[in-house]
Write a protein that binds this ligand. Structure first.
Ligand SMILES: Nc1ncnc2c1ncn2[C@@H]1O[C@H](COP(=O)(O)OP(=O)(O)OP(=O)(O)O)[C@@H](O)[C@H]1O
Ligand SMILES: [Mg+2]
Length: 369
């Protein structure tokens, strides 16, 4: 097992495209860290630089305290699992598992023991004599995982390993990889664009956007204290609602927007924003961010609410999502399962002010972290 340290790691591809910019990160020995961000943000490039499949243009990469920038991939003591399982189609599962060890000329008895152990861990003992074509997607992914496991690497690297699986299998394999991490105590770095996967698996998440790290923190800390607009909007589903406006003192505190569809939403009178005294937030341009679960449904005309008309109802059983247009923007509210709210109904929406986030619209930075 080993720590992984990135210092100022940058990738500029031939042709000049800057895919990854000055990434600094310490992954502790035994930690499970997830890189998450939208397509093209540089997740795979970063992982491939750690693996040695791509060179870093600038900066240093250390594994277990040793700088590995000039070390060949096979000598970095890492194992990588990809989305495409990359199994050898003409070999049985057993031979697929053993292949890397045979290449390393390990003794036959050791190979057999390691293969048997990995098969037990991943519950694929029954499949050892089959070829990949005769396996389901989930089974193939388990074999790919097994191939990493038998190598007993210092660091496991995963690049979207579950995205070929159906939703149910994905949830199951997610739990298996998490269990594997608990059991092995291995250092794992996992890449995904799926924020649910990231939130449920990672001890810490690295949120990336356009080649830059936006925030590094534990899943709930990211949810509760997003450092900027991007993280606020990316973490959480359905996404955080955003409104542009300002806070004024008028019958208590209110968030108001300009424009034709003016909004005036009450904030709690005793509201104390996190991170800044309320005075510093008054009468300046702000972007308010509020999660769908932090808006309460009220009767139309309720004093602590602003009026809105239901446009779309999505009953999901355990919860109901209600869609509105507020100040010209889509606005989603998450309500309890059985809530009765038909389309076109007039309701009141109350912001749970203490859960509201306020961002600087210029820089995107949170003013209430
Ligand atoms: N070999 C290459 N040459 C030039 N540009 C590249 C190369 N590989 C990747 N890129 C670009 O670098 C950026 C980051 O790519 P990367 O594969 O790291 O993204 P990603 O975050 O893994 O995205 P995805 O979720 O789609 O896999 C993208 O804009 C991509 O087009
Ligand atoms: Mg990728």
């Amino acid at each position: 097992m080993a720590s992984v340290t990135l210092s100022g790691v940058t990738k500029i591809y031939p042709g000049g495209f800057r895919a990854v910019s000055r990434v600094d990160l310490d992954v502790a020995d035994g930690e499970f860290v997830v890189f998450v961000g939208p397509s093209g943000c540089g997740k795979s490039t970063t992982l491939r630089m750690i693996a040695g499949l791509e060179s870093a243009t600038e900066g240093s990469i250390a594994i277990g305290g040793r700088i590995v920038n000039d070390v060949e991939p096979r000598d970095r003591n890492i194992a990588m699992v990809f989305q495409s399982y990359a199994l050898y189609p003409h070999m049985t599962v057993r031979d697929n598992l053993a292949f890397g060890l045979k290449l390393r000329k390990e003794p036959r008895a050791d190979i057999e023991r390691k293969v048997a152990q990995a098969a037990r861990t991943l519950d694929i003992g029954e499949l050892l004599d089959r070829k990949p074509a005769a396996l389901s997607g989930g089974q193939r992914q388990r074999v790919a995982l097994g191939r990493a496991l038998v190598r007993d690497p210092a660091v496991f690297l995963f690049d979207e390993p579950l995205s070929n699986l159906d939703a149910k299998m994905r949830v199951q394999m997610r739990a298996e990889i998490s269990r594997l991490h608990q059991r092995l105590g291995a250092t794992m770095i996992y890449v995904t664009h799926d924020q649910t996967e990231a939130m449920t698996m990672g001890q810490r998440l690295v949120v990336m956007h356009q080649g830059e790290v936006q925030q590094v923190d534990a899943p709930l800390a990211l949810y509760e204290r997003p450092a900027n607009l991007f993280v606020g909007g990316f973490i959480g589903s359905p996404a955080m609602n955003f409104l542009d406006g300002r806070i004024v003192r008028r019958d208590g505190l209110r968030f108001v927007t300009d424009g034709p569809q003016r909004l005036s939403a009450p904030l709690p009178a005793d509201w104390r924003p996190r991170g800044a005294p309320v005075e510093t937030l008054l009468d300046r341009p702000l972007t308010l961010g509020i999660r769908p679960e932090h808006v309460r449904l009220r009767e139309a005309g309720a004093a602590d609410a602003f009026p809105a008309v239901v446009q779309l109802v999505e009953p999901l059983g355990n919860e109901t999502l209600l869609y509105f247009t507020v100040a010209g923007r889509m606005f989603v509210v998450r309500s309890p399962g059985g809530v009765e709210a038909g389309v076109d109904r007039q309701v009141g929406l109350a912001l749970a002010g203490e859960r509201a986030h306020f961002f600087d619209p210029e820089t995107g930075r949170s003013l209430t972290v």
